[in-house]
Ligand binder design. Structure first.
Ligand code: URC
Length: 305
């Protein structure tokens, strides 16, 4: 039996490149998922293990991040064309480079009718939720309404720090005065018992609460995601007497600053790698001090402490 090498390509898939433009107070964000691949004469790498023609996938990854700084991201097309050109230039064995870019769209969070300078909400994907429990009582029924939103992805490109935390022998995290803060928010709020009898406009209430959460996230300087959540919950309870309590489950979607110094580039908060996992998971309830009895409202509602 004999075999020959058929079609092949290799590269680094799904580099999560986030480029922030922060030359002025009004930041811009380009959020990309970049996959690179090279095709050509890479027979030796497969047949004899000789890597002399192989531009490592690690180098391809580094280039994807470095080019986001050096050449910027004016469009996914221009960025991909520039990257593809570079790989061909430095890899003589390559006959083709293939660059696939997905771009995630962000909208500015609306604050008082204007888009915020550095707070964004990811377009699409969010889901409105409600869990209603109607329970038989002696003379009728009682209803609990727990409504919410999940997968509401928000990001601040500045106005967030994390420092002064407890340190031990295993702490390596550096303190920071300025970081990206991002989360995919799950929030559920329980309405007061009389919200049903009072004829609550559920649609209006949902829209307003969502807006209060977004606006508070945007305008509150954050010393931790915990503080942002508490501020958001407090703002909802202050503005909405029909809400008894609100619970949050918020993954801290880490964005790590990429070290571009090996390539002679500085990186003052402009190019980040959006990490997938692990993630910090911050969960908190904000409730009224004299709050009503939640009864069975939260029974089997998953994902909250
Ligand atoms: O907002 C944060 N809260 C934390 O508890 C935490 N822990 C951590 O490593 N980073 C962060 N960020």
């Amino acid at each position: 039996m004999s075999f020959v090498l058929g079609p092949n390509q290799y590269g680094k898939a799904e580099n999560r490149v986030v480029r922030i433009y922060r030359d002025t107070a009004r930041h811009e964000i380009r959020d990309l998922n970049v996959s690179t691949a090279l095709r050509g004469d890479f027979r030796a790498a497969h047949e004899t293990g000789d890597q002399a023609n192989v531009l490592p996938t690690d180098t391809q990854k580094n280039t994807a991040f470095a080019f986001a700084k050096e050449h910027g991201v004016t469009s996914p097309e221009d960025y991909a064309l520039t990257l593809g050109d570079r790989f061909l230039a430095v890899t003589p064995a390559a006959t083709a480079s293939r660059i696939e870019v997905e771009e995630y769209a962000w909208d500015r969070i609306d604050v008082g009718g204007a888009g915020h300078d550095h707070a964004f909400v990811k377009r699409g994907g969010e889901v409105r939720t409600t869990v209603v429990t109607r329970q038989r009582t002696g003379d009728g029924t009682r209803a609990w309404v727990v409504s919410g939103v999940k997968d509401l992805v928000v990001l601040k490109s500045t106005g967030s720090e994390f420092k002064g935390f407890l340190k031990d022998d295993y702490t390596t995290l550096q303190e920071t005065d300025d970081r990206i803060l991002a989360t995919s928010l799950v929030a559920r709020w329980r309405y007061e018992d009389d919200a049903v009898a009072d004829g609550t406009d559920w649609n209006k209430s949902f829209d307003d609460i969502r807006q209060v959460m977004l606006e508070t996230f945007a305008t509150t300087y954050s010393r931790a995601l915990q503080e942002s959540l508490y501020a958001m919950g407090s703002a909802v309870l202050a503005a909405h007497p029909e809400v008894a309590e609100i619970k949050f489950s918020a993954p801290n979607k880490h964005h790590f600053l990429v070290d571009l110094s090996p390539f002679g580039l500085d990186n003052p908060g402009e190019v980040f790698i959006a990490a997938d996992r692990p993630y910090g998971l911050i969960e908190a309830t904000v409730q009224r001090e004299d709050g009503s009895d939640p009864g069975d409202a939260w029974l089997t509602v998953p994902g909250f402490c």
